[in-house]
Structure formats: structure tokens, C-alpha cells
Design a protein around this ligand. Sequence first.
Ligand code: FES
Length: 105
Amino acid sequence: MARRYNKMRVCTNLRAGDILPSCGARGSKELAKALRTELEKRGNFIEMETVHCLGRCHIGPTVKLLPGGPFLQGAQPDQAARMMDLLEAEDYDAAIAAFPDEPPP
Ligand code: FES
């Protein structure tokens, strides 16, 4: 059976300086590396690519599921296995709850 989302984008954009926020300043390159490692362990069940900015810079690292899927925000490298557990199980509600698309309170 086809997966609902078969692709994910991970923003690894790094803006130098402290004027504008960026995912790269919040650990997104390390997150992308950890996600890739987890994905390879799981047979690359979803296609992953890194990109430069998805418009959620202030609450990154930003992950976007495609086609037409939710944003998953704020994951840190040590949470890569958890994110992949949820995506592999297609438990998208739990993934959204774990990595909400909103700023922390
Ligand atoms: S820098 Fe990552 S969403 Fe903009």
C-alpha cells in the first residue's frame, strides 16, 4: 500500500549572525544527518532531501512532509529516531503533536 507521504524536506539553511533566525543555527544539519542515519536503518521508506528555507525559520528546524503534508517543527538530533518511528508507523497525529508547527509557549 502506498504511503500517504512519500517525501520529506529538511531545511538546513544557516544564516550567519543573530539578526535573522535559521534552522541551521538550531541544529538542523545535525538533525538531517541523524534522520538520514535512521532512514537508512529502516530501508529508506521515505525519500528525504535537504533544502534552503521552508518559511518557518523562527521555529526550526523545519521538516515538511510531501505531498501536501504537515510541517514538523523543532526536532533536535536526539529526537531523529522518535520522528522516524512515528513516520514509519504513519502515525502523523502523534508526529504533529511531538513536533508542533507553533512556537513554544
Ligand atoms: S531557515 Fe529553515 S525554514 Fe527558513
